[in-house]
Design a protein around this ligand. Structure first.
Ligand code: M6R
Length: 366
């Protein structure tokens, strides 16, 4: 049932070219120039008119929401607030009939996320869901939603569900942007074509598996790690750190790269691996200077860069190249090397990769 792979997690990581494709099957056609999410179509105008959209989730799904926030705001110019479901529900939040709350959940059973939705519903908000498990509690109580169609995810560490969540949020943002007119037709079409070929680019990253395994060998005994990114790569840094923590039990933290100088920089010495997303784009130069700050303190830099990069390569201890793509789609690609890295480190440390200690696949307690 593991399809020849040693663990479900590795199988699920490798399934991503297919799961992403399944996610946009029937929803995206680049040559005809359309994108459509049937499930939420009737709510699109309401989303466009809304003062704000609130996204609620936990763990990895919360990271997907942070990417979603960036996409909705940048592409569709719709104001988004992302909340931990557990915090939202206990804070007496101000919500009313004009609000739209979107819950993102692989299992569709996470107790805190479900309770946050129930609270929002009781205050009259429109509630939407992005779930993977068909027929799950969240998908049943929501007014409408879109499934991620990633297929069953068995490994406790979420991998293909995350990339599918980000894909659905990208489709949603593009559809809203198109309807609202915040994207030029040319830009819209270019993004659709880029999205359509993302699965092949994911495949090319998976082919770097043995290269990533070599890097894992070097850092497997680390006791701490930092993950840095800016813009929509910041949530990728958070996700990279969570993946390392949960399956390899190495303490890791994700930070917006610019925040390093406000505290975490004090941690850096020759023992500290710093994983950085340094792909080409608007914050490239800024990230390069963050890398220099780490190198000046003898930290080890493992950077995810765009294929053909030379500047970061000259400074970093290791680089992992990913194919060039539209900046908005980088999170889908940049997350793959971190999944593989955490996987290999956990295996080398003899950890139970698919069933990490103290964790359950779906957290149905509050
Ligand atoms: O099923 P959900 O997406 O609602 O689960 C939320 C979190 O419990 C989940 O993402 C958790 O953080 C994963 N184990 C992370 O890999």
């Amino acid at each position: 049932e593991k399809g020849g792979y040693e663990h479900f997690m590795l199988k699920e990581i490798h399934e991503q070219p297919r799961s992403i494709k399944d996610c946009f099957r029937g929803r995206l056609n680049a040559s005809e120039g359309w994108v459509s999410l049937g499930g939420v179509k009737d709510y699109e105008q309401k989303m466009i008119n809304a003062q704000r959209i609130i996204m609620v989730a936990c763990g990895t799904s919360w990271h997907a929401c942070l990417v979603g926030e960036y996409l909705f705001e940048d592409l569709a110019r719709i104001n988004v607030e992302v909340e931990y479901a557990s915090e939202f529900r206990y804070r007496n939040p101000i919500i009313n009939e004009n609000d739209i709350v979107i819950a993102v959940s692989q299992s569709g059973e996470t107790a805190d996320t479900l309770a946050a939705l129930e609270l929002a519903k009781s205050k009259g908000a429109t509630i939407l869901g992005i779930c993977n498990v068909v027929g799950s509690s969240i998908s049943r109580i929501t007014d409408a939603g879109s499934y991620t169609h990633a297929g069953p995810e068995i490994g406790v560490a979420s991998t293909k569900a995350f990339t599918a969540q980000v894909t659905v949020l990208t489709l949603m943002a593009l559809s809203l942007a198109h309807k609202k007119g915040t994207l030029s037709e040319t830009k819209f079409r270019t993004m659709l074509s880029e999205l359509e070929i993302i699965p092949e680019k994911v495949q090319r990253i998976l082919e770097r598996n043995s290269e990533i395994e070599e890097i894992a060998k070097i850092y497997k005994d680390a006791t701490n790690a930092l993950y840095l990114g800016r813009g929509s790569s910041f949530p990728v840094a958070l996700e990279g750190a969570l993946k390392l923590k949960e399956i390899s039990y190495i303490h890791a933290e994700g930070y917006p790269a610019a925040e390093m100088k406000h505290g975490p920089i004090a941690l850096i010495d020759e023992e500290m691996p710093v994983f950085v997303i340094a792909t080409k784009g608007t914050s490239y130069e800024k990230v390069v200077s963050n890398i220099q700050e780490v190198k000046a303190r003898k930290g080890k830099i493992i950077a995810i860069v765009t294929e053909g990069d030379t500047d970061v390569k000259a400074m970093a201890d290791h680089v992992i190249e990913i194919p060039d793509t539209d900046e908005h789609l980088v999170p889908i690609l940049a997350t793959i090397p971190f999944q593989l890295l955490s996987y290999h480190i956990a295996v080398m440390r003899d950890c139970n990769v698919d069933q990490p200690r103290n964790l359950a696949k779906s957290v149905t307690v509050e």
